[in-house]
Structures are given as structure tokens and as C-alpha cells.
Ligand binder design. Sequence first.
Ligand SMILES: O=C(O)CCC(=O)C(=O)O
Length: 267
Amino acid sequence: MTSQDFLLSDAEVAQFIVNGYHVVEPDLAAGLNESIAAQLDGLESNPGDAITDSIPELLQVLEHAEVRGVLVSLLGPDFEVQSHRHWHCKPAGSGGMQWHQDGTNNRDLRLNRFLGLYYPRDVTPDMGPTVIVPGTQYRNAPTDRMATYTNIRGQIPLTVKAGTIAFTHYDLWHGTAANRSSMPRHMIKFLFRRTQDNDTPTWKHQAGATDVPTDRNNRDRATDPKNILTFGNPIGVSQSDHYKERAIRRQVWDYLVGEGELKAIDG
Ligand SMILES: O=C(O)CCC(=O)C(=O)O
């Protein structure tokens, strides 16, 4: 199968715009996850960006057609795999990591950069899963304030099967739970970047996909992009916040389909 077979649907792109993440479990070569996990177990220090030189098999994950299908869908065919990548090892017994957004936030509606978090070993609830808060990607919060937040409604621990890759919007709020198990938890973080604006959708787009009636009776069960973009509310924000989010989502969608001008996010 090629990456074309794995392009996202309109509904999946809309879900990414609303929730800020998309999870895949590609059918990786037999033994690949086990081999990578064993090599990570054996590393004595963190090679930083050179993790793919230390473990070249990691490149097979990036080259998988399903991974490429997601990247082409969301960033276009000329997407770039950035040189920064990092092995996030949570040793057995290590503590959690506070809520944060990465780096200097993008605040960019072009959906031009996001993360791919690859887990070569099963992550159970006690192994220090990454915890994400869907729908927070358009909200800037001062990191020192965010760090004081505790249980945020709607948070999702990424308890995943070996070989899972979670693609997360660059500005999605996230943290890590403590590892209370006796196993190290491994995650390799990759960064991907758009290099070209879209002038046409780069996923499995159906013309007229958003020309459907608004369906207020099925808000939580929407399966078409228009109603997903309109009614999705992963963390149950209030009506006025939801109204603002909807406007942002429509701008992102219009940008991705190659129409519409981006306005200032806080306008
Ligand atoms: O180790 C993790 O689960 C998350 C790491 C993290 O928060 C980050 O890379 O910014």
C-alpha cells in the first residue's frame, strides 16, 4: 500500500482541527518495535537529535505509508521532517511532567507544524503516559500558570499499544503522568513542518463535503466535516468560547482547502 491509500478523510481532517490530535497504529515490520525498545533500553545517554543515527531503524517508522499518509494529508506532499527529534525516556519510578505547550507557541492557523510521538512499547496507565488535552491548541496560557493546573476536564492519557504514533498539534496542552511501574517508558518525538501553502486539499477530499445541513440533533455524533467543525467541543467549553473556537476552526479548514484568507487569531 502507498501513502495515497492512507490519506485522511474530510471527517478525520476536521477532527484533527477540532481535537488537535490523530492517532495511528501502523502495521510496522514484525519485530521492529521490540528491536527499537531493546536498543533504547541499552542506551547509556540521550543522543538528542542524533537518536536516529544511534537507532536507524526509527526511520522505518517515518517511512511507513500510513505515517506518510497522515503527513501528506495535513502538511501537503512537500512536508519536511525536521532535524530536531528527542527520546523521552521516563525511567521506572520517575515523576510526572507539568502541563505545558511546547517551545514558543505557533499561534498559527496555517497548521504548519506538528509533533509525532512514537511509542515502541505498550504504555499502560502506570507507565507514565503522555497526557493531552484535546481542543486546547488554539489557547495560549502562560506556562507558569498552566503548570499549576491539576486535573483538567477532558484530558486523555495516551495509553497505547506498541508502535502507536500520536500526531499532535504543536500548541496542544500536554504533560506526563508519573511512571509508577518497573519498566522504562519510551517515546520518540519527531517534528514535521509544512513547506508550501495549499491551493487544493491534500487529503481524500469530497467536493461539497461541507455543503450539508446543520444537524443540531446529532451534535455529539457528527460524522461530516461541517457538523464536526461546528459542534465538536472536546473539553466542554462555554458557549462564548465555543463560538470563538468555531470561527478559528473554519479559518483553518478554509486555509487547508486552499480558500480564504487568514485573519489575526485574536481579531
Ligand atoms: O514524555 C512525555 O510523555 C511528554 C514529553 C513532553 O511533554 C514534550 O516533549 O514536550
